[in-house]
Design a protein around this ligand. Structure first.
Ligand code: NAP
Length: 309
Protein backbone atom coordinates (compact mmCIF):
# COMPACT_ATOMS: atom_id res chain seq x y z
CA UNK A 1 0.00 0.00 0.00
CA UNK A 2 1.39 3.44 -0.92
CA UNK A 3 1.73 5.85 1.98
CA UNK A 4 0.90 9.55 1.74
CA UNK A 5 1.96 11.81 4.64
CA UNK A 6 -0.24 14.82 5.36
CA UNK A 7 1.90 17.69 6.66
CA UNK A 8 0.33 20.92 7.87
CA UNK A 9 0.07 23.28 10.81
CA UNK A 10 -3.74 23.35 10.31
CA UNK A 11 -5.37 20.58 12.38
CA UNK A 12 -8.85 21.09 10.89
CA UNK A 13 -7.52 20.91 7.33
CA UNK A 14 -5.70 17.66 8.18
CA UNK A 15 -8.95 16.15 9.44
CA UNK A 16 -10.87 17.28 6.35
CA UNK A 17 -8.23 15.93 3.99
CA UNK A 18 -8.08 12.59 5.81
CA UNK A 19 -11.85 12.25 5.30
CA UNK A 20 -11.57 13.18 1.62
CA UNK A 21 -8.78 10.65 1.01
CA UNK A 22 -10.78 7.96 2.84
CA UNK A 23 -13.74 8.67 0.54
CA UNK A 24 -11.89 9.00 -2.79
CA UNK A 25 -8.63 7.08 -2.42
CA UNK A 26 -9.11 4.26 0.11
CA UNK A 27 -6.26 2.37 -1.59
CA UNK A 28 -3.77 4.91 -0.15
CA UNK A 29 -2.49 4.77 3.43
CA UNK A 30 -2.82 8.40 4.58
CA UNK A 31 -0.96 9.26 7.79
CA UNK A 32 0.01 12.33 9.80
CA UNK A 33 3.58 13.44 10.48
CA UNK A 34 3.76 11.92 13.96
CA UNK A 35 2.63 8.44 12.79
CA UNK A 36 5.60 6.02 12.63
CA UNK A 37 4.23 4.87 9.25
CA UNK A 38 5.11 8.33 7.87
CA UNK A 39 8.66 6.98 7.46
CA UNK A 40 7.26 4.88 4.58
CA UNK A 41 5.68 7.88 2.78
CA UNK A 42 6.52 8.25 -0.88
CA UNK A 43 4.24 11.28 -1.22
CA UNK A 44 3.85 14.29 1.08
CA UNK A 45 0.69 16.41 0.78
CA UNK A 46 1.47 19.79 2.33
CA UNK A 47 0.09 23.11 3.52
CA UNK A 48 2.65 24.96 5.64
CA UNK A 49 4.50 21.81 6.74
CA UNK A 50 6.61 22.13 9.90
CA UNK A 51 10.19 23.16 9.17
CA UNK A 52 12.31 20.08 8.54
CA UNK A 53 9.34 17.67 8.36
CA UNK A 54 9.96 16.85 4.67
CA UNK A 55 13.56 15.95 5.42
CA UNK A 56 12.31 13.34 7.89
CA UNK A 57 10.68 11.27 5.10
CA UNK A 58 13.53 9.08 3.75
CA UNK A 59 11.42 7.40 1.01
CA UNK A 60 9.87 10.63 -0.32
CA UNK A 61 9.44 10.80 -4.11
CA UNK A 62 6.87 13.57 -4.56
CA UNK A 63 5.94 16.74 -2.67
CA UNK A 64 2.39 17.87 -3.41
CA UNK A 65 0.99 21.24 -2.39
CA UNK A 66 -2.70 20.97 -1.47
CA UNK A 67 -3.15 24.46 -2.94
CA UNK A 68 -2.27 26.48 -6.06
CA UNK A 69 0.65 28.19 -4.31
CA UNK A 70 3.87 26.46 -3.29
CA UNK A 71 5.70 29.20 -1.36
CA UNK A 72 4.55 27.57 1.92
CA UNK A 73 6.76 24.56 1.12
CA UNK A 74 9.99 26.58 1.38
CA UNK A 75 11.04 24.99 -1.90
CA UNK A 76 14.66 25.88 -1.35
CA UNK A 77 17.65 23.81 -2.28
CA UNK A 78 17.87 22.38 1.24
CA UNK A 79 14.54 20.51 0.83
CA UNK A 80 14.48 16.98 -0.65
CA UNK A 81 15.24 17.09 -4.36
CA UNK A 82 12.02 15.51 -5.64
CA UNK A 83 9.30 16.83 -7.98
CA UNK A 84 6.82 19.36 -6.58
CA UNK A 85 3.23 19.52 -7.85
CA UNK A 86 0.28 21.75 -7.02
CA UNK A 87 -3.49 21.78 -7.40
CA UNK A 88 -5.04 23.42 -10.47
CA UNK A 89 -8.81 23.25 -10.71
CA UNK A 90 -11.56 24.95 -12.77
CA UNK A 91 -13.88 25.41 -9.76
CA UNK A 92 -11.00 27.03 -7.88
CA UNK A 93 -10.53 29.40 -10.84
CA UNK A 94 -14.25 30.19 -10.88
CA UNK A 95 -14.16 31.03 -7.16
CA UNK A 96 -11.27 33.41 -7.72
CA UNK A 97 -12.98 35.17 -10.63
CA UNK A 98 -16.09 35.67 -8.46
CA UNK A 99 -14.04 37.24 -5.69
CA UNK A 100 -12.14 39.57 -8.02
CA UNK A 101 -15.27 40.53 -9.97
CA UNK A 102 -16.85 41.59 -6.66
CA UNK A 103 -13.77 43.61 -5.68
CA UNK A 104 -13.61 45.32 -9.08
CA UNK A 105 -17.31 46.26 -8.92
CA UNK A 106 -16.80 47.49 -5.35
CA UNK A 107 -14.56 50.26 -6.65
CA UNK A 108 -15.80 50.68 -10.20
CA UNK A 109 -19.39 51.30 -9.05
CA UNK A 110 -18.33 53.28 -5.95
CA UNK A 111 -19.70 50.85 -3.36
CA UNK A 112 -16.69 51.75 -1.19
CA UNK A 113 -17.74 55.40 -1.25
CA UNK A 114 -21.48 54.91 -0.75
CA UNK A 115 -21.08 52.47 2.15
CA UNK A 116 -18.85 55.07 3.84
CA UNK A 117 -21.46 57.74 3.08
CA UNK A 118 -24.23 55.66 4.63
CA UNK A 119 -22.43 55.77 7.95
CA UNK A 120 -22.79 59.60 7.71
CA UNK A 121 -26.42 59.54 6.47
CA UNK A 122 -25.13 61.19 3.30
CA UNK A 123 -27.06 60.93 0.00
CA UNK A 124 -24.56 61.60 -2.78
CA UNK A 125 -24.36 60.12 -6.27
CA UNK A 126 -21.03 59.67 -8.00
CA UNK A 127 -20.79 60.03 -11.76
CA UNK A 128 -21.24 56.61 -13.33
CA UNK A 129 -18.16 55.41 -15.16
CA UNK A 130 -18.66 52.80 -17.84
CA UNK A 131 -16.68 49.59 -17.54
CA UNK A 132 -14.77 50.26 -20.76
CA UNK A 133 -13.35 53.42 -19.18
CA UNK A 134 -12.21 51.59 -16.04
CA UNK A 135 -8.67 50.29 -16.46
CA UNK A 136 -7.89 47.10 -14.59
CA UNK A 137 -4.45 45.45 -14.51
CA UNK A 138 -3.90 41.81 -13.55
CA UNK A 139 -0.42 40.87 -12.29
CA UNK A 140 0.15 37.19 -13.01
CA UNK A 141 -1.50 35.59 -16.03
CA UNK A 142 -1.29 31.95 -14.96
CA UNK A 143 -4.09 29.58 -14.14
CA UNK A 144 -5.94 32.12 -11.98
CA UNK A 145 -4.86 35.47 -13.41
CA UNK A 146 -5.68 34.53 -17.01
CA UNK A 147 -9.19 33.42 -16.00
CA UNK A 148 -9.72 36.69 -14.14
CA UNK A 149 -8.50 38.76 -17.07
CA UNK A 150 -10.86 36.90 -19.43
CA UNK A 151 -13.78 37.37 -17.03
CA UNK A 152 -13.12 41.11 -16.76
CA UNK A 153 -12.86 41.44 -20.55
CA UNK A 154 -16.26 39.70 -20.84
CA UNK A 155 -17.66 42.23 -18.33
CA UNK A 156 -16.49 45.07 -20.58
CA UNK A 157 -13.49 46.41 -18.63
CA UNK A 158 -10.35 47.75 -20.20
CA UNK A 159 -7.91 45.01 -19.14
CA UNK A 160 -4.12 44.77 -19.07
CA UNK A 161 -2.07 41.83 -17.90
CA UNK A 162 1.51 41.29 -16.78
CA UNK A 163 3.51 38.07 -16.68
CA UNK A 164 7.15 36.94 -16.68
CA UNK A 165 7.10 35.58 -20.22
CA UNK A 166 4.97 36.78 -23.17
CA UNK A 167 1.29 35.81 -23.08
CA UNK A 168 -1.50 36.36 -25.60
CA UNK A 169 -5.02 36.61 -24.20
CA UNK A 170 -8.00 37.71 -26.26
CA UNK A 171 -9.04 41.26 -25.43
CA UNK A 172 -6.20 41.79 -22.92
CA UNK A 173 -3.29 44.15 -23.51
CA UNK A 174 -0.46 41.89 -22.36
CA UNK A 175 2.89 43.05 -21.01
CA UNK A 176 5.74 40.98 -19.66
CA UNK A 177 8.99 41.26 -17.79
CA UNK A 178 10.51 44.00 -15.67
CA UNK A 179 11.08 46.21 -18.72
CA UNK A 180 7.32 46.50 -19.38
CA UNK A 181 6.18 46.78 -15.77
CA UNK A 182 5.84 50.59 -15.77
CA UNK A 183 3.92 50.57 -19.04
CA UNK A 184 1.57 47.95 -17.59
CA UNK A 185 0.93 49.97 -14.41
CA UNK A 186 0.68 53.40 -15.99
CA UNK A 187 -2.63 55.04 -15.03
CA UNK A 188 -4.48 51.87 -13.95
CA UNK A 189 -7.66 52.45 -11.92
CA UNK A 190 -7.33 49.10 -10.21
CA UNK A 191 -4.50 46.62 -9.79
CA UNK A 192 -5.16 42.95 -9.02
CA UNK A 193 -2.28 40.81 -7.76
CA UNK A 194 -2.24 37.11 -8.60
CA UNK A 195 1.49 36.54 -8.66
CA UNK A 196 3.13 33.66 -6.84
CA UNK A 197 5.43 34.65 -3.98
CA UNK A 198 9.03 34.33 -5.17
CA UNK A 199 12.26 36.22 -4.60
CA UNK A 200 11.38 38.31 -7.68
CA UNK A 201 7.86 39.26 -6.57
CA UNK A 202 8.24 39.76 -2.79
CA UNK A 203 7.38 43.37 -1.88
CA UNK A 204 6.19 44.23 -5.39
CA UNK A 205 3.19 46.17 -4.07
CA UNK A 206 5.27 49.10 -2.86
CA UNK A 207 5.32 52.88 -3.21
CA UNK A 208 7.02 52.80 -6.64
CA UNK A 209 4.21 50.59 -7.92
CA UNK A 210 1.44 52.63 -6.29
CA UNK A 211 2.89 55.89 -7.68
CA UNK A 212 2.46 54.67 -11.27
CA UNK A 213 -1.25 53.94 -10.92
CA UNK A 214 -3.91 56.61 -11.49
CA UNK A 215 -4.31 58.92 -8.50
CA UNK A 216 -7.04 57.38 -6.32
CA UNK A 217 -6.62 53.85 -7.72
CA UNK A 218 -7.37 50.70 -5.73
CA UNK A 219 -5.53 47.43 -5.23
CA UNK A 220 -6.78 43.88 -4.72
CA UNK A 221 -4.23 41.46 -3.27
CA UNK A 222 -5.04 37.79 -3.68
CA UNK A 223 -1.41 36.67 -4.03
CA UNK A 224 0.43 36.55 -0.71
CA UNK A 225 0.77 38.99 2.18
CA UNK A 226 4.52 39.35 1.60
CA UNK A 227 3.80 40.98 -1.76
CA UNK A 228 2.69 44.17 0.04
CA UNK A 229 4.89 46.66 1.84
CA UNK A 230 2.38 47.60 4.52
CA UNK A 231 4.01 50.94 5.46
CA UNK A 232 3.92 52.03 1.80
CA UNK A 233 0.28 50.99 1.58
CA UNK A 234 -0.60 52.99 4.66
CA UNK A 235 1.10 56.11 3.26
CA UNK A 236 -0.54 55.72 -0.17
CA UNK A 237 -3.97 55.36 1.46
CA UNK A 238 -3.38 58.34 3.74
CA UNK A 239 -2.27 60.66 0.93
CA UNK A 240 -5.01 59.56 -1.47
CA UNK A 241 -2.75 57.94 -4.08
CA UNK A 242 -4.81 54.85 -3.25
CA UNK A 243 -8.49 55.08 -2.44
CA UNK A 244 -8.68 51.55 -1.08
CA UNK A 245 -7.28 48.05 -0.85
CA UNK A 246 -8.98 44.69 -0.69
CA UNK A 247 -6.56 42.34 1.07
CA UNK A 248 -7.20 38.61 1.26
CA UNK A 249 -3.74 37.38 2.27
CA UNK A 250 -1.32 38.37 5.03
CA UNK A 251 2.21 37.61 6.10
CA UNK A 252 0.89 36.07 9.34
CA UNK A 253 -2.42 34.26 9.15
CA UNK A 254 -4.80 34.49 10.89
CA UNK A 255 -4.22 38.25 10.89
CA UNK A 256 -3.58 39.02 14.61
CA UNK A 257 -6.58 40.74 16.20
CA UNK A 258 -4.46 43.76 17.18
CA UNK A 259 -2.94 44.23 13.70
CA UNK A 260 -3.33 47.83 12.43
CA UNK A 261 -4.66 46.61 9.05
CA UNK A 262 -7.99 45.69 10.65
CA UNK A 263 -8.75 49.36 11.30
CA UNK A 264 -6.77 51.02 8.50
CA UNK A 265 -9.09 53.44 6.66
CA UNK A 266 -9.81 52.22 3.13
CA UNK A 267 -8.78 48.61 3.79
CA UNK A 268 -11.13 45.65 3.37
CA UNK A 269 -9.77 42.53 5.12
CA UNK A 270 -11.00 39.10 4.06
CA UNK A 271 -9.74 35.88 5.72
CA UNK A 272 -7.80 34.20 2.88
CA UNK A 273 -11.10 33.14 1.38
CA UNK A 274 -10.77 34.33 -2.22
CA UNK A 275 -10.81 30.75 -3.44
CA UNK A 276 -9.68 27.25 -2.53
CA UNK A 277 -10.01 23.88 -4.23
CA UNK A 278 -12.42 21.51 -2.49
CA UNK A 279 -10.99 18.78 -0.24
CA UNK A 280 -12.42 16.21 -2.62
CA UNK A 281 -10.63 17.80 -5.57
CA UNK A 282 -7.34 17.93 -3.62
CA UNK A 283 -7.57 14.25 -2.65
CA UNK A 284 -8.45 13.19 -6.20
CA UNK A 285 -5.60 15.19 -7.77
CA UNK A 286 -3.01 13.90 -5.30
CA UNK A 287 -4.25 10.34 -5.75
CA UNK A 288 -3.97 10.73 -9.53
CA UNK A 289 -0.44 12.12 -9.31
CA UNK A 290 0.50 9.28 -6.94
CA UNK A 291 -0.75 6.81 -9.52
CA UNK A 292 1.26 8.61 -12.22
CA UNK A 293 4.37 8.62 -10.05
CA UNK A 294 4.16 4.88 -9.44
CA UNK A 295 3.49 4.07 -13.09
CA UNK A 296 6.20 6.41 -14.37
CA UNK A 297 3.77 8.70 -16.24
CA UNK A 298 4.23 12.48 -16.49
CA UNK A 299 2.96 14.30 -13.40
CA UNK A 300 0.17 16.86 -13.58
CA UNK A 301 0.73 20.50 -12.58
CA UNK A 302 4.44 20.22 -12.00
CA UNK A 303 6.16 23.23 -10.41
CA UNK A 304 9.38 24.67 -11.78
CA UNK A 305 11.47 24.57 -8.60
CA UNK A 306 14.14 26.92 -9.88
CA UNK A 307 11.52 29.61 -10.72
CA UNK A 308 9.69 28.95 -7.44
CA UNK A 309 6.21 28.51 -9.00
P1 NAP B 1 0.51 30.24 -11.93
O1 NAP B 1 -0.41 29.47 -12.83
O2 NAP B 1 1.82 29.62 -11.58
O3 NAP B 1 0.75 31.66 -12.61
C1 NAP B 1 1.69 32.57 -12.11
C2 NAP B 1 1.73 33.79 -13.02
O4 NAP B 1 2.61 34.76 -12.45
C3 NAP B 1 2.29 33.46 -14.41
O5 NAP B 1 1.60 34.19 -15.39
C4 NAP B 1 3.74 33.94 -14.30
O6 NAP B 1 4.33 34.35 -15.52
C5 NAP B 1 3.57 35.15 -13.41
N1 NAP B 1 4.84 35.50 -12.77
C6 NAP B 1 5.60 34.74 -11.93
N2 NAP B 1 6.71 35.41 -11.58
C7 NAP B 1 6.67 36.60 -12.23
C8 NAP B 1 7.54 37.71 -12.30
N3 NAP B 1 8.70 37.74 -11.63
N4 NAP B 1 7.18 38.75 -13.06
C9 NAP B 1 6.02 38.73 -13.76
N5 NAP B 1 5.15 37.71 -13.75
C10 NAP B 1 5.47 36.65 -12.99
O7 NAP B 1 -0.21 30.58 -10.55
P2 NAP B 1 -1.78 30.61 -10.21
O8 NAP B 1 -2.30 29.22 -10.07
O9 NAP B 1 -2.46 31.53 -11.16
O10 NAP B 1 -1.73 31.23 -8.72
C11 NAP B 1 -1.09 32.48 -8.47
C12 NAP B 1 -0.97 32.71 -6.98
O11 NAP B 1 -2.24 33.01 -6.42
C13 NAP B 1 -0.51 31.52 -6.14
O12 NAP B 1 0.89 31.35 -6.20
C14 NAP B 1 -0.99 31.87 -4.76
O13 NAP B 1 0.01 32.62 -4.08
C15 NAP B 1 -2.19 32.79 -5.02
N6 NAP B 1 -3.46 32.16 -4.59
C16 NAP B 1 -4.22 32.81 -3.67
C17 NAP B 1 -5.44 32.27 -3.28
C18 NAP B 1 -6.34 33.00 -2.33
O14 NAP B 1 -7.34 32.43 -1.89
N7 NAP B 1 -6.05 34.23 -1.99
C19 NAP B 1 -5.87 31.06 -3.83
C20 NAP B 1 -5.06 30.43 -4.75
C21 NAP B 1 -3.86 30.98 -5.13
P3 NAP B 1 4.51 33.31 -16.77
O15 NAP B 1 3.12 33.21 -17.36
O16 NAP B 1 5.46 33.97 -17.66
O17 NAP B 1 4.98 32.02 -16.16
Amino acid sequence: MTTVALLSNDALLLEQLQAAFAAHAPHLRVVLADDPAAAQAQVAACWYPQAGSLDRLPRLRLIHSVAAGVDHLSTDSSGPDVPVCRVVDPDHRRGMTEYVRWAVLHYHRDFDRVTAQQRENLWLRHPQRFAGKFKVGVMGLGSLGSAIAADLVAAGYSVRGWSRSPRHLKGVTCHHGDAEFSQFLNGLDLLVNLLPLTAATRGILNHHTFAKLAHGAAIVNCGRGQHVIIDDLQIALANGQLRGAVLDVFEHEPLPSDHPLWQMPGVVVTPHMASAASHDCIALQIAENTRRLLSGEALNNLVNRSLGY
